[in-house]
Design a protein around this ligand. Structure first.
Ligand SMILES: [Zn+2]
Length: 67
């Protein structure tokens, strides 16, 4: 078992297009099943999504694995 193979096979996660923070959304997840995906822009983290859209989803920051 070599480490490089394990890293390569691990699921990659999306990064927020605004702040660059790692989200909990796998790259392979269809955009239709994503909560913070912005058409034409990309994936946002909950904090940036809340800031852009003015919705109160800040609770997600403290509960990243809740959904
Ligand atoms: Zn962000």
């Amino acid at each position: 078992m070599n480490l490089q193979f394990k890293l390569a096979s691990a699921e990659r996660m999306e990064r927020c297009v605004l702040c660059g923070r790692m989200t909990d959304v796998p790259v392979s997840r269809p955009v239709t099943e994503r909560t913070h995906y912005v058409d034409g822009a990309g994936e946002l983290c909950p904090a940036c999504f809340a800031e852009v859209y003015g919705v109160s989803e800040l609770r997600w920051i403290t509960e990243p694995a809740a959904l």
